[in-house]
Ligand binder design. Structure first.
Ligand SMILES: [Zn+2]
Length: 264
């Protein structure tokens, strides 16, 4: 069936690029049509109805006209703006990382409904967490992630890897395939795709401490509903993030730049 000339779709805006005097070229991810680029003419004018609909990390209902090179936005209605997460540097950066990961993980015009749903769920949870964070006067001056926000992002990382077919192994050694014992001396290798047992330590790229292993196993095997709020020390957080970053950057070609802008 040929693509219709005019079509309607909801989409998440994952990237935008200023173009000409007042236009923007949007990269959007849709549940049915995958990733596509469209031009939003005049969307940089403050008076434009397209301005807020073309913002990054906004869920918008678009009406698009197929063009020779780029589709053209003819109408746009904002469905969800995730306003609260924009007021917290950590939550906003996390949301941009979700958008960036989606952009990198998907090929043009290849739909991935489960990945789209995961991104939306993650943004909604980050927004809810930011709402609670902003309302709590005792944490108002604290930088960095909340325990719930941090767990939300690690859940996103692990499910993303699963959906892309890169599920890391944390229950068996990726070198000898023996069942992995819960000890302090395990290692990890991103290229081989998971944990390394003490007997295969020559293949290890980095240490995988027991608590880090337990956190990774727990998040990998839980659901959104059962995901616990984990209060972890900064070292363990950094360890878990480092291991997931190593696999993600290997499989999403380049490393996710947004994380490097975050305060530690
Ligand atoms: Zn082994």
């Amino acid at each position: 069936m040929p693509t219709p000339h005019i079509y309607k779709t909801e989409a998440l805006v994952v990237r935008h690029l200023n173009f000409g005097e007042a236009d923007r070229i949007l990269t959007v991810v849709t549940p049915q049509h995958g990733k596509l680029r469209a031009i939003a003419k005049g969307s940089r004018k403050v008076t434009s109805k397209l301005a807020s609909a073309a913002d990054l990390v906004t869920r918008t209902q678009f009406v698009l006209a197929t063009g020779r090179e780029l589709d053209v936005v003819t109408q746009a209605v904002v469905l969800e703006r995730f306003d609260h997460l924009r007021e917290s540097l950590w939550h906003a950066t996390a949301a941009y990382t979700v958008a960036e990961a989606l952009d990198r993980a998907l090929q043009d015009r290849e739909p991935h409904a489960a990945l789209y749903a995961l991104a939306l769920d993650t943004l909604r949870r980050l927004d809810a967490d930011a709402t609670a964070w902003l309302a709590d006067p005792t944490v108002a001056n604290q930088a960095g992630p909340t325990a719930r926000g941090w767990g939300t992002m690690r859940f996103f990382d692990l499910v993303l890897l699963d959906l892309l077919g890169y599920r890391p192994a944390f229950h068996q050694c990726v070198a000898c395939e023996n069942s992995l014992q819960p000890v302090e001396e395990n290692g990890f290798n991103a290229e081989l795709g998971g944990a390394i047992c003490p007997n295969c330590s020559r293949h290890s790229q980095r240490h995988l401490p027991l608590l880090t292993l337990k956190v990774l196993r727990l998040v990998q095997t839980t659901t959104w509903e059962a995901l616990p709020v984990m209060r972890l020390d900064a070292r363990t957080r950094a360890d878990v993030e480092g291991i997931l970053q190593a696999i993600l950057s290997l499989n999403l070609e380049r490393s996710l730049k947004s994380w490097n802008l975050l305060p530690g």
